[in-house]
Design a binder for this molecule. Structure first.
Ligand SMILES: Nc1ncnc2c1ncn2[C@@H]1O[C@H](COP(=O)(O)OP(=O)(O)OP(=O)(O)O)[C@@H](O)[C@H]1O
Length: 312
């Protein structure tokens, strides 16, 4: 990743294998101060393994990881203070109240009540400050987890699927907190996610990984511009057949789902290819039920690159 900012996280030629699985295969990335980076990839792509190596839980078989120039081998204590972690399934003591939980964690860092109050406000838990943790909703628990990870103003925040399992509202509340953090531009973040929208909404830089390798990376704009102005035609057919007849000419690749009766065609030139597509339908006596033309999205790019959908 090209970067003119002072590097905060540097991953150089990192490999990690588990028995027969080469989970991370020579990965390189550099993240600057205040940058928010999304790691997008299907199940088993190697995202968690990479994040766990950056957070010092696992060690690379080969390669090097530096955080603000420091390595886990030589500077473990310092790095623990630079990093904030908010894991997918954070467990708290259910018998403590929200503010008690935060004060407990704050005491580990030698922080006082003032910082706890700032965090309660940041993660919008003012109304729940006296609630027992056991009575919080999934979204509130996740906000509390995020609050704990932000207590010591970490320079690096590592979030492994922070909104998985949350409803859309709870997810947006987490996004709002992360946007506030981004405005402060003090923390660099790596976030793994299965939600394309989460990457689009929060991150300056997106890295698509699969089979332990980077397939594509860039800003959202760069990734989509790389597609050279391609457009997508999505359509459904009346009396949909299981398979479609072969195409000729400029319409070369229709992705057809016979079970759902829906298809997708990627076109470079709408002016010539759309009429050709309509001819193809007519010649084969196929009747449209619905049709939509749109710009390619990150979702289309992801499917083209990995051959899979994010949730597979
Ligand atoms: N402790 C382990 N022992 C053996 N294999 C492992 C271990 N941890 C991960 N793997 C394998 O390494 C590969 C990468 O897994 P990883 O959990 O990093 O992927 P991921 O992209 O985070 O997936 P998900 O989105 O499902 O969390 C997978 O094939 C996984 O089965």
């Amino acid at each position: 990743m090209e970067n003119t900012l002072t590097p905060v996280i540097e991953v150089k030629e990192v490999h990690k294998s588990f028995k027969t699985v080469h989970a991370v295969q020579g990965l390189n990335l550099t993240i600057g101060k205040g940058q928010f980076v999304a790691l997008l990839g299907p199940n088993g792509a190697g995202k968690t393994t990479l994040v766990e190596m950056i957070e010092g839980i696992r060690h690379p078989d080969k390669g090097e990881i530096r955080i603000m120039g420091k390595t886990w081998k030589h500077h473990e204590d310092e790095l623990r203070h630079l990093i904030g972690l908010s894991l997918q399934e954070t467990r708290f003591t259910d018998k403590l109240r929200v503010y008690e939980t935060l004060r407990l964690f704050a005491s580990f860092f030698g922080l006082g009540k003032e910082r706890v109050e700032e965090i309660i406000e940041l993660v919008a838990l003012e109304e729940k400050r006296k609630a027992y943790v056991v009575n919080l909703s999934g979204g509130q628990r996740q906000r509390l987890a995020l609050g704990i990870s932000l207590l010591n103003k970490p320079k690096v925040l590592l979030l492994d699927e922070p909104t998985t399992g949350l409803d859309p509202n709870a997810r947006r509340e987490i996004w709002a907190i992360l946007r506030k953090l981004k405005e402060q531009a003090e923390t660099s973040m790596i976030l793994t996610t299965h939600y394309m929208e989460e990457a689009e909404q929060l991150c300056d830089y997106i890295i698509i990984v699969d089979h332990g390798k980077i397939l594509r990376e860039g800003t959202l704009e760069q990734l989509l511009n790389d597609e050279k102005g391609e457009k997508v035609i999505e359509f459904t057919l009346k009396d949909a057949p299981e398979t479609l007849p072969r195409t000729k000419g400029e319409i070369s690749d229709i992705q057809w789902n016979g079970t759902q009766g829906s298809g997708k065609v990627t076109v470079q030139n709408m002016n010539t290819q759309l009429p050709e597509f309509m001819d193809y339908l007519q010649q084969n006596r196929l009747h449209l039920q619905d049709m939509e033309c749109r710009r390619t999205t990150l979702d289309d790019l992801f499917t083209t690159l990995t051959g899979r959908h994010l949730h597979e």
